[in-house]
Design a protein around this ligand. Structure first.
Ligand SMILES: [Zn+2]
Length: 306
């Protein structure tokens, strides 16, 4: 059911709106403009909030280009028509309907776009993955683009996957084999110079969709650095390279991506807190920036180890 919903949102509805602009042949410029704005607002909302790693990250760019092509095609067709046609019975009805739709879709989009901003002082870190093209599935300061956002300590948490050459995160839609997820087994490096406060290394990697709701972080490490504590979670069993008390340097190998803890598929979970009293999960969530970038859903990082 969830998949049908995802594909309707990512594929069918965008294609419907693009086709409606492509075919648009309104009698006046205002009707055409409203139709295009409604489609554009919807597409912007889906571009910001869609999980494009499920379909393909490339589809997101392709739909943007198709929309522009459709605008050009129908714009040329209607360019010499009157600006507005009034006077006929109920002439205002279609304008009003499209204006209402524009407010609704525009409102959805601005709700999502609010998640691109933060007000607290951020912490600057090194991105902890360095051997591929990484995609932020959950991230940002709004629950529309980051399900963690409702929890104070995890407000700015990230869930990261890796994209393959087709722009998707796995070899098929929801495979059972962990190795078919592009990110599984990737090296994780320390995001900062600091000290390891906790390390767990002996929990099993689950076969999707099994999860462990008791030990939610699974194999994980907590690193204290730059005035914050950073949690890196769901690591691969036996891969953790450090123990509590160790000093670590930014860029140092600390473990590998796994599927342990409360996770439905291999990914890296990362969040930073300030003032956590003993347990990293109960501090105050801190925004993280990597090379000046505040990652939100659909941000990608391309790193290749030399
Ligand atoms: Zn997470």
């Amino acid at each position: 059911m969830q998949y049908i919903l995802q594909f309707t949102t990512l594929l069918l509805l965008p294609l419907y709106f693009i086709a409606s602009v492509w075919k648009a042949g309104e009698r006046d410029i205002l009707s055409w403009s409203l139709k295009c704005l409604v489609a554009g607002a919807f597409l912007a909302y889906v571009a910001a909030t869609g999980r494009w790693d499920l379909l393909s990250y490339y589809a997101r760019c392709a739909f943007g280009l198709l929309y522009l092509a459709a605008l050009l095609r129908s714009g040329l067709r209607v360019r010499s028509r009157p600006l507005v046609i009034t006077g006929e019975r109920g002439w205002w009805y279609s304008y009003a309907l499209h204006a209402v739709l524009l407010v609704i879709f525009g409102g959805f989009f601005s709700w999502a776009a609010r998640g691109w901003f933060y007000s607290e002082a951020p912490v600057s870190l090194q991105f902890p993955l360095a051997s591929g093209w990484y995609y932020v599935g959950h991230g940002g300061n709004s629950p529309v683009i980051n399900y963690h956002n409702v929890y104070d300590s995890q407000r700015y948490a990230l869930d990261v996957v890796e994209l393959n050459s087709l722009g998707t995160r796995a070899g098929s839609f929801y495979p059972k084999e962990l190795s078919r997820y592009e990110i599984f087994g990737d090296a994780i490096v320390s995001p900062c110079d600091g000290r390891v406060e906790a390390a767990v290394n002996d929990l099993p990697d689950h076969i999707p969709p099994a999860t462990d709701r008791e030990r939610v972080a699974g194999n994980h490490i907590v690193i204290a650095c730059n005035g914050v504590k950073v949690l890196i979670a769901h690591m691969q069993r036996g891969s953790v390279q450090v123990t509590a008390g160790d000093a670590v340097k930014a860029g140092q190998l600390v473990g590998r991506v796994g599927n342990s803890g409360n996770t439905t598929e291999p990914h890296l979970h990362l969040h930073a807190v300030r003032g956590g009293s003993g347990t990293v999960l109960k501090g105050k969530g801190v925004p993280m920036v990597f090379d000046g970038v505040f990652p939100v859903r659909n941000t990608t990082f391309k790193h290749r180890n030399p």
